[in-house]
Design a protein around this ligand. Structure first.
Ligand code: AMP
Ligand code: MG
Length: 923
């Protein structure tokens, strides 16, 4: 892009003839125009090479150009939006002649009709109206006497000025503010509405300002030719030309370029997208010094492409890494200033095109540069099709919450600061922010003639992103630029995109280790027995009227354990109604050295049969009348718990019967899994014990706590819900077998002085609702919610109505042992995504967000959650192949660990907390 020069087309006879031809064309009825174009092209005349004649637009109201129509529409939707403000600022040192400044801008306004235009709707038609004269929107402020004014305050004023909305109907649609800061220090602030200008127009303005300012002081002559045509001439010409067939031709290209689905860009948003966006923008800027810029230009040269294309390629790479998407689109404004007659016209000529790229991580860098170059050449050959027509033609739904067809934009400008070489003055650019955002994320890069460096700024929708997220993205963008240069300098330039290093993502935060390092292994039942010896008469379980002390629970479970012919992790099914006996039985199986498999007596016989078929239990603990439908009988037979416990003999020993080692199986729990096919998750003693000790510590459970045990015994949360309270000496309040509705739950919580609950979010929401109706305060120390995503609405109502001291969000697939991740809060966070975070890892675990190639996603980017470390299940019971599919070798561990693929889509926030986004397969 070159700065516009203001040469006049020479009025030769041939030129006038051509102009006459175009005039005739424009005034033809629409159907005739098409034939006219066809005839011209038969004669070998390319219409697009003919000039746009001056004076096409009559005086009075003129229709809008297509581009203007879109902005007019957006203005009517939200007149206060600053998303389409254009700003510029100059800092001036030296003896500025303010009279001459004003006079120079007055001349510019007189020359350019766009600067005197307003917009209206007449009989349902949008029109633009050029005013012969309009007062110059020029203001001067003198702060030179004001010693106290800090730079920050000046910047603030500059931004307030930039953010003052334009009224398109009343005008003026541009503003000049001259601020005197000190004796010979000034700033000039320019603001324009995009509907009358574009980036190129700003360059025109600077040129003309420089020229006229100097002319006012008799340094140069005033004598520059007026622009050849007006913006309205162009608008009329463009309409006539596009309507006569050119639009169809260009549309055919864009249809094929953008064929298929129109995917939405999935950047790692920090906040849920509001239904009506505020269009407020935040900015993160960076700069590349002279040397880096020179190397980027050299890279472009080596690959036969341009600097903007290299910068665009890097943006594509970052979007790819952040979204994990392969089909990416970026909106790119094309200047549309190739015609000499529009070169020096201020107006809105730019048209935004959609550049689509298909990216794979394996693509070599040099190929990407070629692909981007080719895409840009294609786009530039079809630059006129109005974006709105494209959207209509592709039948894209227009949601007000995001831009159609693309959600990211890239724009490169070459600034004509060189033009501002005015003798006696030292002029430099000032950055001003109008505070708007047109799309989710845009990147603007700028080469100024003044220093050979490069400036860039990311503008992001503050509705969606935290500054920290975009700051990190900006850092990664710069890393990619360096990576491109390095790979370009490699002998063959064959580096693949996925090999461009982004710095290691943040780590998922972890809670401090539970036990002392290297602490010896103790199985949970042994820890329980130690507790029981410390506080034998303390109630362990309350179940309705029935109370069981720690001593009784320990004794009963030992008595049963002695009757169980189990060893070495042999599997014992437990099929009992919900009651304290369930806990007795589980403790007993562990003490006997076996592993338990809870079976639900309410399960349909087919499901039970399917489970027993794959699991093959050695023993069944049950009660009379529950096992009549059993088709397969276990080898070691059936133990009737009532008969054993009835005999009421004291236990010979308490605690373990057999020695336990950490790799010994502790339980198998069946989950239905996404396929509906039940799979048994096998968990070992070491993992169970370490997990329960860690979580107990994070919950800070004490012997004073009364913990409502709510979970059905067939899910692993039920194990945590009895083990961790019993390890802390707390009392379990065991929910009875029948259904509890919200009112019953509240009554039971109150009657039993429950201090802790652990419920699925759905239930919690019900209690919160009932509690609100009854205006019933609950005296809860903590409320744990888990098993499903915790929406912010439910979190808010828990905090508001139930007012526990703390809320925990407990996340965990059965395969990763109950609660691998935990998030704690005491208050509603300021801003929250759809769901509460799932927090950080519990105990000796690791967590990664990986893409489809097992590359770590940049922090903030979404990807699949993988869990590793010592606290994983052994695998699926008796299903080695399935185990190998879901538990894979951990590429990030040195000690040959494993990773469990959760199938959950998550992202890592910049503060190290994980967020749950949904299931991968739901996408
Ligand atoms: P399960 O193996 O039956 O415990 O199911 C585990 C799955 O439930 C996880 O993979 C998640 O999809 C979901 N899940 C469990 N807890 C949470 C939670 N706190 N937030 C979001 N999803 C959860
Ligand atoms: Mg779970």
């Amino acid at each position: 892009m070159n700065a516009p020069d203001t040469k006049f087309p020479i009025g030769t006879a041939e030129q006038r003839q051509k102009e006459e031809l175009v005039r005739r064309f424009v005034h033809l009825p629409p159907d005739k125009r098409r034939h006219f174009l066809i005839r011209l092209s038969e004669q070998g005349i390319d219409f697009s090479l003919l000039p746009v004649p001056a004076g096409l637009a009559e005086t009075g109201d003129v229709p809008l150009s297509y581009a203007q129509q879109r902005l007019w529409f957006l203005f009517r939707l939200d007149p206060s939006s600053t998303a389409y403000h254009m700003t510029s600022g100059l800092r001036v040192r030296g003896e500025l002649n303010t009279q001459a400044v004003r006079a120079a801008f007055a001349r510019i306004q007189a020359r350019h009709t766009a600067l005197r235009t307003t917009f209206h709707e007449i009989d349902g038609q949008a029109v633009q109206r050029v005013h012969d004269s309009q007062a110059l929107p020029y203001r001067e402020f003198d702060f030179s006497g004001d010693q106290h004014l800090q730079d920050a305050e000046i910047r603030h004023l500059a931004e307030v000025e930039a953010r003052t909305p334009f009224d398109l109907e009343r005008g003026p649609l541009w503003r000049i503010t001259l601020v005197r800061l000190a004796d010979s220090a000034y700033e000039i602030w320019l603001s324009l509405h995009h509907i009358i200008a574009d980036g190129w127009s700003l360059n025109c303005l600077m040129h003309e300002f420089s020229r006229f300012y100097q002319a006012e002081q008799d340094i140069l002559s005033h004598d520059i030719p007026a622009p050849a045509i007006t913006y309205a001439d162009y608008a009329i010409w463009q309409r006539a030309w596009l309507e006569a067939g050119e639009a169809d031709r260009q549309l055919a290209f864009w249809r094929s370029h953008l064929a298929g689905e129109q995917p939405l860009l999935r950047l790692p948003e920090d906040y849920p997208r509001p239904v009506t966006p505020s269009n407020r923008g935040g900015r993160v800027s960076f700069s590349c010094d002279q040397q880096l810029t020179a190397r980027l230009k050299e890279l472009a040269r080596q690959h036969g492409t341009t600097l903007p294309n290299v910068l665009l390629s890097a943006f594509f790479i970052v979007l790819y890494r952040y979204s994990g998407q392969h089909d990416l689109r970026i909106g790119i404004p094309l200047a549309n200033r190739d015609r000499s007659e529009v070169e020096a016209v201020i107006g809105f000529f730019v048209n935004t095109v959609v550049v689509r790229l298909s990216i794979q991580g394996q693509l070599p860098v040099h190929e990407l540069l070629q692909v981007v170059r080719a895409a840009m050449i294609d786009a530039q050959a079809h630059p006129d099709l109005p974006f709105e027509q494209l959207v209509d033609a592709l039948g894209v739904e227009r949601d007000l919450d995001r831009n159609p067809l693309f959600q990211a934009m890239y724009n490169h400008q070459q600034r004509a600061y060189d033009a501002l070489n005015i003798p006696g003055l030292e002029i430099s650019p000032v950055d001003r922010d109008a505070g708007g955002a047109q799309v989710d994320l845009s990147l603007d890069t700028e080469e100024s003639g003044m220093d050979a460096g490069l400036k860039g700024v990311f503008t992001y929708a503050v509705d969606l992103f935290d500054a920290a997220t975009i700051e990190q993205l900006c850092g990664h963008y710069q890393q990619v630029l360096h990576g491109l240069i390095e790979s370009g300098e490699e002998k063959f330039g064959k580096k693949r995109i996925e090999q461009l290093a982004l710095d290691r993502p943040h780590r998922v935060a972890g809670y401090p280790a539970a036990g002392a390092a290297g602490s010896i292994f103790e199985p949970v039942h042994a820890l329980f027995t130690r507790r029981a010896q410390m506080q034998p008469e303390h109630p362990a379980i309350v179940y309705g009227e029935e109370e069981t002390s720690y001593r009784e629970l320990d004794a009963m479970s030992s008595r049963l354990a002695q009757r169980l012919p189990l060893k070495d992790g042999m599997l014992a099914g437990i099929m009992l109604e919900r009651s304290p006996k369930m806990i007795v039985a589980m403790l007993a199986v562990l003490k006997a050295g076996g592993a338990f498999l809870p079976l639900d007596p309410e399960d349909p016989p087919e499901r039970r049969a399917a489970i027993l078929h794959t699991a093959g239990i050695g023993l069944l603990i049950t009660a009379h009348g529950l096992y009549c439908d059993l088709t397969v009988l276990p080898d070691a037979g059936i133990v009737d718990i009532d008969q054993v416990l009835h005999r009421n003999q004291p236990a010979e020993t308490s605690g373990s019967i057999n020695a336990i080692h950490p790799q010994q199986l502790a339980y198998v729990i069946y989950t239905s899994g996404s396929t509906g096919q039940p799979k048994g998750v096998a968990v070992e003693h070491g993992a169970l014990s370490m997990h329960c000790q860690a979580i107990t510590k994070h919950y800070a459970l004490t012997a004073d706590d009364r913990f409502l045990h709510f979970a059905p015994f067939q899910v692993d949360a039920a194990v945590e819900q009895w083990v961790s309270p019993l390890l802390s000496g707390a009392t379990l309040v065991l929910k009875s077998a029948e259904l509890w509705d919200g009112d019953r739950l509240i009554d039971e919580i109150a009657a039993n002085a429950v201090t802790r609950i652990d419920l699925p979010p759905g239930y919690t929401a019900i209690i919160a609702e009932c509690a609100e109706k009854r205006q019933h305060g609950l005296q809860l120390r903590a409320c744990t919610v888990g098993g499903e995503a915790l929406s912010r609405e439910v979190l808010a109502s828990i905090l508001k109505v139930m007012r526990p001291e703390a809320v925990f969000n407990a996340y965990g697939p059965t395969e990763a042992v109950i609660t691998p991740l935990l998030w704690k809060t005491t208050h509603m966070p300021d801003r929250l995504s759809h769901y509460a975070p799932i927090g950080q890892v519990v105990g000796d675990r690791s967590a990664y967000i990986l893409d489809g190639d097992l590359n770590e996603a940049p922090a903030g980017a979404s990807g699949e959650l993988y869990l590793g470390g010592a606290l994983l299940a052994r695998g699926y019971y008796g299903q080695a192949r399935l185990t190998a599919e879901r538990f894979i070798p951990d590429p990030y561990s040195r000690a040959g660990g494993r990773l469990y693929r959760t199938g959950d889509l998550c992202r890592l926030r910049t503060d190290g907390q994980l967020e749950f986004l949904g299931r991968i397969d739901d996408q």
